[in-house]
Write a protein that binds this ligand. Structure first.
Ligand code: GDP
Length: 374
């Protein structure tokens, strides 16, 4: 009897333990499986989330509107040149001394001699009969510059900055310029922008002489989730250009953007190499490249005109990209190049982030430069 009682007590104990254990197990499993987040579940398992992170996260865009960026970027040009001119030239009758200071400031802004002469003459004509108010002064400069730039700016190709999904024609863009001008960064920004509009973009890293530039471009392309074609260090740049275009045609890309070398042993070597790349592209598509864009660092000043002239003579530049306008008060060189070479500015850069590159809009530019109200 006693034996039976002990057995029954043992059985009851086992049953009770099983129920309690089962209940604990049930509550644990319920908690575990209702946590949908993978990393939380991994945390419960005592493991790290092993989801591969292939791309570096994109820098978070801050919310500063473009016009404010442009205004801030052109702030130095605006205050150091146009602000000073306003003080000298408004509010009292025009003296010879004021005209002399005006000329000095315009030269300091890197406006070419021809334009300075024209500007001074028109200005004298304008104030012949009286005193100019600050507001009128700004309108005078805006109208003067607008008149000279408008027709040239209208030649800028809209395909360059706005992707039209109905236009399936591949656009081949060759980007040229001296080292340090901002080619690589600009291509990175451009590829990011076009890709975010839904375009399929392929980038060719044709500056095979600079491994660091290729790596830098790779980082931009990875971030933008854009394909990049690269070759071994020292390979022929024209070969990479050819391969990139062939790949772009095969995969039905909308844009094929080619980075190029900015420096070789001699200027002649560089120009020959760039012309060769151009010729090689034409083997695949006789109309390619459709655009040859020259990147110019705004700090370069008057030298920029000489540089642009050389690139233009060899390659036939179709558009200009002015970078680093945030670090320079020499906005005048941009105006001189446009008027002298009759090539439009297509993009303007006022900083290092993607949002600091945008389409060049003449009205907006003059408004920011001269600090005019909207
Ligand atoms: P590349 O040699 O022509 O390819 O020139 P990079 O693209 O390497 O640019 C040279 C430097 O200029 C880099 O440090 C860029 O971040 C910087 N840069 C490019 N565009 C701008 C710009 O609009 N503003 C400023 N402040 N820096 C820029």
């Amino acid at each position: 009897m006693e034996f039976l009682n002990t057995n029954a007590a043992n059985n009851l104990g086992i049953i009770a333990l099983t129920i309690v254990g089962g209940a604990i197990f049930y509550f644990f499993m319920r908690k575990y499986y209702t946590r949908s987040d993978k990393s939380e579940r991994a945390e419960l398992q005592g493991l790290k989330d092993e989801t591969p992170k292939t791309f570096e996260p994109l820098p978070q865009p801050d919310e500063i509107p473009w016009f404010e960026r442009l205004q801030k970027g052109l702030g130095r040009s605006s205050s150091e040149i146009w602000g000073k001119l306003e003080k000298i030239l408004t509010g009292s009758t025009l003296t010879d001394d004021a005209i002399e200071q005006m000329e000095e400031l315009l030269y300091a802004a890197d406006l070419g001699p021809l334009m300075v002469t024209e500007l001074v003459m028109e200005f004298q004509e304008k104030v012949k009969d009286g005193v100019l108010k600050p507001y009128e002064f700004k309108l005078f400069f805006r109208d003067f510059l607008h008149k000279r730039l408008k027709n040239i700016q209208e030649k800028a190709n809209p395909d360059l900055y706005t992707f039209d999904p109905n236009n399936k024609k591949l656009k081949v863009i060759m980007v040229v310029g001296v080292n340090g001008a901002g080619k690589t960064t600009t291509i990175g920004k451009l590829a990011t922008k076009l890709q975010s509009q839904g375009a399929k973009v392929i980038v060719g890293a044709c500056d095979t002489f600079r491994a660091a530039a290729v790596d830098q471009l790779q980082v931009w392309c990875d971030r933008a989730k854009v394909e990049m074609v690269r070759a071994k260090e020292g390979a022929a740049p024209s070969g990479v250009a050819y391969e990139t275009l062939a790949q772009a045609m095969k995969s039905g890309a909308d844009y094929c953007i080619l980075d190029t070398a900015g420096r070789l042993h001699t200027k002649e070597n560089l120009m020959e190499e760039l012309s060769k790349s151009k010729r090689v592209l034409a083997k695949l598509d006789p109309t390619a490249p459709h655009e040859t864009l020259l990147v110019i660092d705004a700090i370069t000043g008057q030298n920029a005109i000489r540089q642009a002239d050389e690139f233009n003579k060899t390659l036939g530049v179709t558009g200009l990209i002015f970078t680093k306008c945030d670090g320079s008060s020499k906005a005048g060189s941009a105006i001189s190049i446009v008027t002298e070479l009759k090539i439009p500015i297509v993009y303007i850069g006022v900083g290092e982030s993607v949002e600091d590159l945008n389409i060049f809009n003449l009205n907006e530019y003059l408004r920011a430069l001269l600090n005019l109200p909207t």
